[in-house]
Each structure stands twice: as structure tokens, then as C-alpha cells.
Design a protein around this ligand. Structure first.
Ligand code: FA5
Length: 346
């Protein structure tokens, strides 16, 4: 190559390098450019490595000129790098901008199911009155759910509880919380008992506005020496006052349960109209809450207590019925239909 050609070549290298650099828009292609135009095998570096084959007099001039080209490319590179970094920072600032004045999205608040709310409230009242909470299983044996409660197989009273049986013989879903009475008595005997047994019950019901196939009950059980019907009445009266307000009275109507003797239905004075009669109590002034009575001697015996020495009272209350009255819910099936429009009201 002649001297003239070498200088023209260097000029061309610089021109091409600068032109290519103008097209570079991001950091990745900037690095590619650097390797291509300033790397070991780039055109300008080849000029340096070819210096040795040039005429001695020519070498300093070509070397100097090649150095100028290399410096020009390097400083153009540094400048471009600066520009690209600034641009990408600008882009990040715009795209990741946070508007702290933008209102946040409200997360929906969870809440307790209305049936659970009332169940808890009733339990709380009894706990304050000195009752302990005892839990017993929802999957029960026929023996505990019926037989030990003085309801032998084929006894007509079994018709009172339409039952969900499981595929295991003798195993069923409890139809009431009363089998827990036997479990608790057998655990506590011969100590006195003052407890409530809350939980879900299941019945193979023809469902309607006031009957569901699943519902809660709160069982009440007191066993000890000298417990009378007066204690039952006093306890229920006190519960009604604490739950529904001062002056609210209770009423017991004679009834029948195989596991209590005598037995009664518990009514509470309508807390909405104070007994005057309204649509909720259907003009009667009274609301039905559940069944109750004195624990039957056979049941006491099955629980391990000698009925000659011990006596007791029991009751089974329906908290959903209380919730229905309180919130004027017309159909008990709303509780487990899982419609959020219903549940969110409580
Ligand atoms: C019983 O289940 C007895 N074990 C109650 C009892 C306990 C009596 C201790 C004496 C001593 P009964 O079937 O009446 O009784 O139910 C009691 C309460 O459970 C009813 O008053 C009602 O509030 C509720 N209940 C019963 N069946 C349903 C149903 N299908 N849907 C909603 N609530 C129900």
C-alpha cells in the first residue's frame, strides 16, 4: 500500500466507525460496535499490527495518524455511551413512575358468617355465666346419637330426626348436639358439669324457609347434686336477659324428648315487640328457641352418673333461628347458599 492509500484507508476507517456509531441505540449494540471498531481484530488495530511491514520513515507518521483515528473513535464511543445511558435512565424514570397521590385499591374485608357471629355471641353469654365449652364430633355413632340417649332402634321417636347415614354401618352425621352429652358425662364423671356444646348438625330434611339440612345447635348441660327444674328455668331466664335485654322473659311449654323428663320447648319473649305481637313473632309475642328438660335417669346412667344421687338439666338451642329473628332473615337457606350479596350484609 502506498502512503497515500494508507492515509485514505485510515480516514475511511474513522468515517465508517463514526457512521456505524450513529446507528447504535442501546448498550448491547454499543458493546458490539466496540468489539468491531476498537477490538483486537478491528481495522484500526490491524493498521497498528501492520506497522512493522512498512518503510521505516513511514512508520511514525502512520502510527501517529492511526493513534488519532483510534482516539477519535474512543472519544466518540465514550460520548455515545453517555447519551445511551442518559436515555435509558430517562426511559426507566418515565415507565417506572409512581404516582403516590393515586388512590389505592381497597381490599375486601373478611368477616365472620352471620350464623357464626350469633353462635359466638350466645356462647359468650353462657361462658360469662360460668359454662365451659366442650366440642364433640360431627360424625357420630348410632349408639351415641340415639341409643344411649334412650332412643333404641325402631323407636318411633327416631322419626323426629331424619338421618344422613354413612356407608359405614352404625356411623352417621349427628342429627343434634345431644350425643355430646354422653361423651362429656363419661369424661367428667363423677365431677359436676356445667357446659355448652356448640356445633353443626345434619338432617335429611325436606328443606323449607325454616328448615335446612345443616344447622348449628348449642347444647346446654348441667349435672350435679340437687339440680332442679328451677335451675333450668333460672338459667334460661338469665340467658334471655343477657342476650336480648333487661326484662325479656322466657316461657316453657310441655313437650317430649326421649332423653329428658320432663321435657319442654323454650320460648323467649319477642325482643322486637317486647311481647306485644309483631310480624317477626307472628303476633304471638313469643319466639321458639329450642328444646330442653331434666336429663332422663337412663341418660344419666349411660353417662356414668347414679340418678339416685345426681340430676341435671339439658337444652338444645338453634342459633340460626336467633339470627333470623334478629336480622329479619326470611329464609334459613340463605345461610349456606354462599351468596356474597347476602353474606356481605353482616
Ligand atoms: C333437638 O334436637 C334436641 N336434641 C334438643 C334438646 C336438647 C332437647 C337437650 C332437650 C334437651 P329439636 O329437633 O327440636 O330438638 O331441635 C332443636 C332446635 O334446633 C330447634 O328448636 C331449632 O332451633 C333447631 N333446628 C332443628 N332442626 C332444624 C333445621 N332443620 N334447620 C334449622 N334449625 C333446626
Amino acid at each position: 500500500m502506498s502512503e497515500h492509500e494508507i492515509f485514505a484507508r485510515l480516514k475511511e476507517i474513522q468515517r465508517q466507525g463514526l457512521e456505524a456509531l450513529q446507528k447504535v441505540q442501546d448498550e448491547a449494540s454499543l458493546q458490539t460496535w466496540r468489539t468491531a471498531h476498537l477490538g483486537r481484530s478491528s481495522a484500526v488495530m490491524q493498521i497498528f499490527s501492520g506497522l512493522g511491514s512498512l518503510d521505516k520513515e513511514l512508520r511514525p507518521q502512520v502510527g501517529q495518524q492511526a493513534n488519532l483515528v483510534k482516539q477519535a473513535l474512543e472519544s466518540a464511543y465514550a460520548q455515545r455511551e453517555e447519551q445511551i445511558k442518559a436515555a435509558s435512565l430517562q426511559r426507566a424514570l418515565t415507565s417506572e413512575k409512581l404516582d403516590v397521590s393515586l388512590p389505592g385499591r381497597r381490599r375486601p374485608l373478611g368477616r365472620l358468617h352471620p350464623a357464626t357471629q350469633v353462635l359466638n355471641e350466645i356462647c359468650q353469654v353462657f361462658v360469662e355465666m360460668g359454662f365451659q365449652i366442650y366440642r364433640s364430633p360431627e360424625v357420630e355413632t348410632d349408639v351415641l346419637n340415639f341409643e344411649l340417649l334412650n332412643i333404641p332402634a325402631h323407636h318411633p321417636a327416631r322419626d323426629m330426626w331424619d338421618t344422613f347415614h354413612t356407608t359405614s354401618p352404625g356411623i352417621l352425621l349427628r342429627t343434634h348436639t345431644s350425643p355430646g352429652q354422653i361423651r362429656l358425662m363419661r369424661e367428667a364423671c363423677p365431677e359436676p358439669i356445667r357446659a355448652i356444646l356448640p356445633g353443626m348438625c345434619y338432617r335429611y330434611e325436606q328443606t323449607d324457609a325454616s328448615h335446612e339440612s345443616q344447622f348449628n345447635q348449642i347444647e346446654l348441660l348441667a349435672v350435679g347434686k340437687g339440680i332442679t327444674f328451677g335451675d333450668l328455668k333460672g338459667t334460661l331466664d338469665q340467658f334471655a336477659v343477657r342476650m336480648f335485654g333487661e326484662g325479656v322473659r322466657t316461657r316453657l311449654r310441655p313437650s317430649y324428648f326421649p332423653f329428658t323428663e320432663p321435657s319442654a320447648e323454650l320460648d323467649v319473649q319477642c325482643f322486637l315487640c317486647a311481647g306485644k305481637g309483631c310480624t317477626v313473632c307472628k303476633g304471638t309475642g313469643w319466639l321458639e328457641l329450642g328444646g330442653c328438660g331434666m336429663v332422663h335417669p337412663v341418660v344419666l346412667q349411660n353417662g356414668g352418673y347414679d340418678p339416685e344421687i345426681y340430676s341435671g338439666f339439658a337444652a338444645g338451642l338453634g342459633p340460626e333461628r336467633v339470627a333470623m329473628m334478629r336480622y329479619r332473615i326470611e329464609d334459613i337457606r340463605s345461610f349456606w347458599a354462599n351468596d356474597l350479596r347476602f353474606l356481605e350484609q353482616f
